[in-house]
Design a protein around this ligand. Sequence first.
Ligand code: ZN
Length: 498
Amino acid sequence: MKYRSFIGLEVHIHLLTKTKVFCGCRSVFGDEPNTNICPVCLGYPGVLPALNIEAMRMGCMVARAMNCRIPETTWFERKQYFYPDMTKNYQISQFASPLGQEGWMELEGKGRSASIKKRVRIKECHLEEDAGKMIHTGTASLLDYNRAGVSLLEIVTEPDMETGEEAELFIQQLRRTVRYLGVCDGNMEEGSLRADANVSINFPGKGLGKKVEIKNLNSSRFVRLGLDYEIVRQGELLDQGREVIQETRLWNENRDETAPMRTKENAQDYRYFPEPDLPVFCPDAVFLKSVEDSLTELPLKRVKRIVADYGLTEEQADLICEEKAQADYFEAAVKEARAQGLETKDAALRIANFLLVDVKHILHREGIPPSDIGTLKLTAKRLASLSVLIAGGTVSGKNGKQTLEVILAEDREPETIVKERGWEQLTDPAKIAETVQAVFAEEQATVAELRSSLIGGNAKRTHTLTAYLVGRVLAATNGRADPKIAGTQIEKRIGTGE
Ligand SMILES: [Zn+2]
């Protein structure tokens, strides 16, 4: 590569506080416009903001999950600018002493073209209020202030990433982390997680270059596409001996390109000064302990532990850990299957396969998000019992899958269902031999062909024909016959020449 690129991200997340950050208004997405508003979040003169301590606590949780230091004192500033969606003409934010400082996140995972492993430094995490929302219609612009004053945490990285796919992975990993912590739903379409990206390129060893900020990146994919586009665009400018202009550009998702929006403001343009209406916040030992206590096992760590403890592949563990609820379900099911006598790795593999294929399909079909896996009638305990029945040969894999559907429909235990429907697997060789005999009588042409392919040494054809006959035996026993025993009995009968 001729140039080096430097990518930094500014990620805004809506904290899941019940009320807004400086007033008691409800904080929720999708309500009727302008119903969750009061004099404080509308910025009436003379009102007093009051800090929502829960927002501060959640913000500090994210900061600690990003390995940031929480300073002894943290406070708020006013960031002055005019925009119709912000009636105060200033935003209460943090500038000089944000609640989280100088951390890092280990970026690790499969990128699109290569696996990625690097440490991304976190400059800071700061708490602020969100602005309202402008809705542009054909002839007018409408304003909804429900979002004004909603708790917003901004996570700012150092320019440590180099490609669009690294930035994409960062967003995905951060999203998973804040969802694990339960502080943000991570919904990018609804705007509860938004990212702006800074990117510059330069000749190696020549420093950072002129920075361009890209806005309007409302999916992690757009983050990647926008950055990759911008790296190419800036490279072409430098190739021609021209300069990159420091500016803010908008990502256009319909044209797959960025376009200039405005030249970038500097910090001094905002004329930050300490917010006089809010006291300095000094986190005490009790507060700090409550933050540390609420940090759960983070996703990356959990993936590694699941690989080590259960012998799954990195890819399986990663898919299972996509949602905390799903990882919890998996571990609960394995624990139960072990209690019922299965060996750990066997149990884990069976349950992982069910989870990543059949249960995933069911969730998709029923329109249930994986985070609500706990609401399924197919509980972790029932999935474990079913796995035990299959492992022990009581029910075939095929009827096991049918049992799965009946559990969902009838809300009953797998053992009862298998018994009632007569789905217990047939393992008696003599009984299966009788069925084989009957199938041979009906399938004389196939049997003759199988014999000649055996004599001719046509292994592929032999395999296909045997599999067909096994299928016929299974069908004749309502799927109850053990396919292995059926195969042996077929071989035996062919051998006798009958
Ligand atoms: Zn309010």
